[in-house]
Design a protein around this ligand. Structure first.
Ligand code: FAD
Length: 405
């Protein structure tokens, strides 16, 4: 009787068969349990509707809500033995992205604008009262949130170029400007908007309601990458928010960089998951398809490509997991996140190309999943610091010379 009641412990080697160096062995039982629930919800609710939504460039909100119900930001099991009750362990964070992106990069990106970018801005920039006001609404997914930094005329040069303005009038701030590419903006309850204070010219952050008067969102059309994800072009004309919505600890672009240091780490994990998704889809295919009377996977040239993809996934995991350890210890710096994002995005891009190659013609249809990873990789390659910008951050660290600003 007792035996049948007992839950079986998840065997981590079976759960993550492509994690050959067993980085996942450091996950707690509670964390594995939540990851298992996430995976089941992704397989049951998201997977069956992906292709339709991808073709129609629509986000599967209903399926997403089912995944959110697995409480992968706030399940009490994730905090047992942890002092910090606001954040899950960094290792769990790596595998949360791994799990989401391995299923679908648009889903993982939808999560990162909320649980990564908005939440990191709140935890870094918010006062105790502000964190108290919004944090649990974010971690429970009661609110949907996003992050507005990039502008139509300023992407890579946003630090110096940011032109959205904020003018203080008594206890109110008046915001004017435009933001571009903002994931999830069209349905967000709250958006963190970065704007330059007209008085001291410094960049500040404001939590702006998605429905604020004067704020409008138009989704970017005809995307070939992350088709399911709505990316908004936001226009703000005299949007007014109270001073209680200004994140008090964001007082210059240096603070924005500190937020990006965390979120760039998240994207390096997302790239790892995307590479694993493409690799696993390709592996499945070559084990089934026959040519010359044999499974594709039995040919030497195909096995060599599988080995490179496997090595890439392991290399990406090693960057992600070491970075997570340093984050947990609190001793990581900007170059660590930039190097991890640059490296993982490069290996991800190589992996999706190899995956597409071994799947042949079917690799350009949605039927094998590989095409989705192939096209989605392009957006991840460019956002959260392009390859060049992250390389320049590494170059600045190496030489002491800034080559881009
Ligand atoms: C799908 C998607 C989702 C996104 N989501 C968000 C979001 O939610 N919130 C948000 O705020 N932003 C978001 N972004 C914006 C993203 O961060 C920017 O696209 C990125 O910072 C690059 O800016 P850009 O596209 O304007 O390219 P540009 O800055 O115009 O760069 C174009 C090319 O020039 C290169 N380049 C630029 N400067 C230099 C230089 N000095 N030396 C060498 N090369 C250089 C770049 O590396 C790039 O290859 C998203 C973007 C995409 C594509």
């Amino acid at each position: 009787m007792e035996k049948t009641m007992m839950k079986e412990r998840i065997n981590v080697k079976d759960f993550y068969p492509t994690d050959l160096f067993e980085y996942s062995s450091g996950l707690t039982e509670g964390e594995l349990d939540v990851l298992n629930n996430m995976r089941k919800a992704l397989e049951e609710h998201v997977y069956p509707v992906i292709n339709d939504h991808y073709e129609n460039a629509k986000f599967p909100y209903q399926a997403w809500n089912e995944v959110a119900k697995t409480r992968f930001m706030d399940d009490p099991k994730l905090f047992s033995g942890r002092e910090d009750e606001m954040k899950t362990s960094e290792l769990f964070n790596v595998f949360r992205y791994f799990e989401l992106a391995k299923m679908d990069p648009s889903i993982a990106t939808f999560y990162t604008v909320h649980g990564g970018l908005f939440y990191a801005s709140l935890l870094y920039g918010g006062s105790e009262e502000q964190i108290e006001r919004w944090a649990s609404k974010v971690t429970s997914f009661e609110y949907s949130t996003c992050f507005g930094l990039t502008e139509p005329e300023h992407g890579s040069d946003i630090a110096g170029g940011l032109s959205t303005s904020a003018r203080r009038e008594g206890d109110t701030w008046v915001i004017n400007g435009e933001k571009r590419w903002i994931g999830g903006a069209d349905k967000a309850d709250e958006i963190v908007i970065f704007a330059r204070d007209e008085e001291d010219k410094q960049v500040k952050a404001f939590i702006v309601p998605g429905q604020a008067e004067g704020l409008s969102v138009e989704n970017i059309k005809n995307k070939i990458s992350l088709r399911m994800l709505p990316n908004g072009h936001i226009t703000m004309k005299d949007v007014r928010v109270g001073d209680d919505r200004r994140l008090v600890n964001v007082n210059s672009f240096k603070d924005v960089s500190a937020i990006l240091r965390t979120t760039r780490a998240d994207i390096s994990h997302l790239a790892t998951g995307l590479a694993a998704g493409a690799f696993e889809a390709a592996l499945k295919y070559v084990k089934q398809r026959e040519q010359f009377g044999k499974k594709l996977g039995s040919f030497q040239l195909v096995q060599e490509k599988l080995a490179i993809m496997q090595a890439n996934v392991n290399a990406c995991l090693s960057y992600s997991v070491r970075l997570a350890q340093m984050q947990e210890e609190g001793n990581y710096i900007e170059v660590n996140s930039s190097l991890a994002k640059m490296h993982n995005a490069l290996r991800m891009r190589e992996t999706v190309a190899l995956a597409r190659e071994v799947v042949g013609g079917n690799g350009i249809t949605l039927d094998t999943d590989v095409a989705r990873f192939f096209t989605d990789a392009e957006a991840i390659y460019s956002y959260e610091g392009t390859h060049e910008i992250n390389a320049l951050i590494v170059g600045r660290h190496l030489t002491g010379k800034s080559a881009f600003i």
